[in-house]
Design a binder for this molecule. Structure first.
Ligand code: HEM
Length: 446
């Protein structure tokens, strides 16, 4: 039986922006600082909210409206031109931006490689990367680290090990350096982009980076060599073998390369921020830490079989969702919860506010992993969306969960992790939801 100390009965509300109560104009100005700080109280309490400026996106929060946009009427709410303009340099014609016919073939083929049984085979890669991190920590003189930087490094190692290794032509360090510059270029989202109507972006070129060509050439060389090499059991093998079960079609080399670069981007920022917030919550809440340790100690074998670790990660992504906002465009005039929606208008799905919605969640701002235990599914499938929903739901969800459970458990088994007394905790929006002041911690390898 897990030990439950008295502390677990104490309510723990981690620091984060709460429903804004300022007048609309001031609240709107807060958006310039951080998109989640600009959310008014209505985003946490109403089914939908229309900002008071003409042409602004409609925010939809009620699960039945979100279900309409993402699932039942998904064809009427595709990704818009702003989204495409930002993502094209990363994804090319790959999964995220593929037109419906190509998307179907790519999605069915890659789904093979990303199904839970397949990704669990990757556990040894995850464990090895976490053990390397522990070794590096052991050598630190004072154990002081920024856990956010550590998690970025660790999840990038996992990407390189599972997606981009095993070819002699591949220069790991050169790739990592160029990728860092590329991501920094692509991440520069200006608030002015968001304020422009979606159609404005259709006329504008993609946001590009001079480093894309170099990355593509690294990946191309790797794919060419791997086509003729013995299998290594990594994600590239799974993707090369993958076939659309209906047509038997696989991915061309061009699409394989576009998707690999896309997967790197999609899996890097999201997973590293989710793990950083999870480790923060674990370090800040002793009962959770104790229970995680007990669960891991009792484990007979398979590291994936850890319900409490899964619940903690799920609760961390509820309070600090890496993908804090999804966006779509309506292709036609319609109506939602009494609001008129015009063709071409953007629809925003503020995951951050939905995850703390007063109508759906009990004690919504408190950290309580037990909500996800013992069949404690979310109150509504469309009220908990860390991986999105509907046909475009994250294809990497099982991969990310398997990776995060293994990394979290391996790190906590090997080290004591505590928050630095001077840590300042606050979430900041960028491409993902990251800690504004980093995450200073002390690690002590056992
Ligand atoms: C904690 C980690 C992750 C989070 C929170 C996350 C979140 C999301 C979300 C919310 C979407 C839906 C976007 C939308 O509807 O507009 C998405 C899509 C996607 N994600 Fe993830 N993701 C994660 C990890 C990964 C990983 C590891 C991979 C690949 C290795 C990946 C690959 C993708 C792809 C390919 C799509 C587009 C799917 C499609 O359009 O068919 N993600 N992700």
């Amino acid at each position: 039986m897990p030990k439950v100390s008295n502390e677990s009965r104490h309510r723990f509300q981690p620091p984060a922006p709460l429903p804004g109560k300022l007048p609309a104009l001031f609240q709107g100005l807060a958006t310039f600082r951080s998109q989640i700080e600009g959310l008014p109280e209505a985003a946490f309490t109403e089914p939908a909210w229309q900002p008071p400026l003409a042409g602004m996106p409609l925010f939809v929060m009620a699960p039945d409206l979100v279900r309409r946009v993402l699932l039942t009427e998904a064809d009427l709410f595709p990704a818009g031109d702003l989204f495409t303009r930002m993502m094209r340099p990363v994804w090319g014609d790959g999964l995220l931006l593929a037109k419906p016919d190509s998307w179907r073939v790519q999605r069915r083929a890659t789904a093979e490689a990303f199904r839970p049984g397949a990704v669990e085979q990757l556990t040894p890669f995850f464990e090895a990367a976490a053990n390397q991190t522990l070794q590096r920590w052991r050598a630190l003189p004072d154990g002081q680290v920024d856990i956010f930087e550590e998690m970025k490094r660790l999840t990038f190692d996992v990407i390189l090990d599972t997606m981009l290794s095993g070819a002699s032509a591949f220069d790991r360090d050169a790739f990592a350096q160029t990728a860092g510059k590329f991501f920094a270029d692509i991440s520069r989202i200006r608030i002015s982009y968001i304020l422009k109507p979606d159609a404005w972006h259709a006329e504008r070129p993609s946001i590009d980076s001079p480093h894309r060509a170099a990355l593509q050439s690294h990946i191309r060389k790797l794919v060419a060599e791997r086509r003729n090499a013995p299998p290594r059991g990594d994600l590239v093998d799974l993707l090369m073998k993958a076939r659309d079960p209906e047509t038997g079609e696989g991915l061309s080399d061009d699409l394989l390369c576009d998707n690999l670069l896309g997967f790197i981007m999609a899996g890097y920022e999201t997973t590293s921020t989710a793990l950083t917030w999870t480790l923060y919550l674990v370090a800040a809440h002793a009962p959770t830490r104790e229970r995680l340790r007990d669960e891991a100690a009792d484990l007979p074998g398979n590291v994936q079989d850890l319900p409490f670790a899964r619940a903690v990660i799920s609760e961390a992504m509820r309070l600090y969702p890496p993908a804090f906002l999804l966006t779509r465009v309506s292709v036609q005039d319609t109506e939602m919860a009494g609001h008129r929606v015009r063709a071409g208008q953007r629809i925003n799905i503020p995951i951050y506010a939905i995850h703390q919605g007063a109508a759906v969640w009990r004690d919504p701002h408190a950290f309580d992993p037990s909500r996800f235990l013992d069949g404690g599914a979310p109150p509504d499938r469309f009220a908990y969306l860390p991986f999105g929903g509907g046909p475009r739901i994250c294809i990497g969800a099982a991969f990310a969960m398997a990776e995060m459970v293994t990394l979290l458990t391996t790190l906590l088994r090997g080290a004591d992790i505590s928050l630095s007394p001077d840590a300042r905790i606050w979430p900041q929006t960028g491409l993902a939801l990251y800690p504004r002041h980093g995450m200073p911690m002390r690690v002590k390898v056992r």
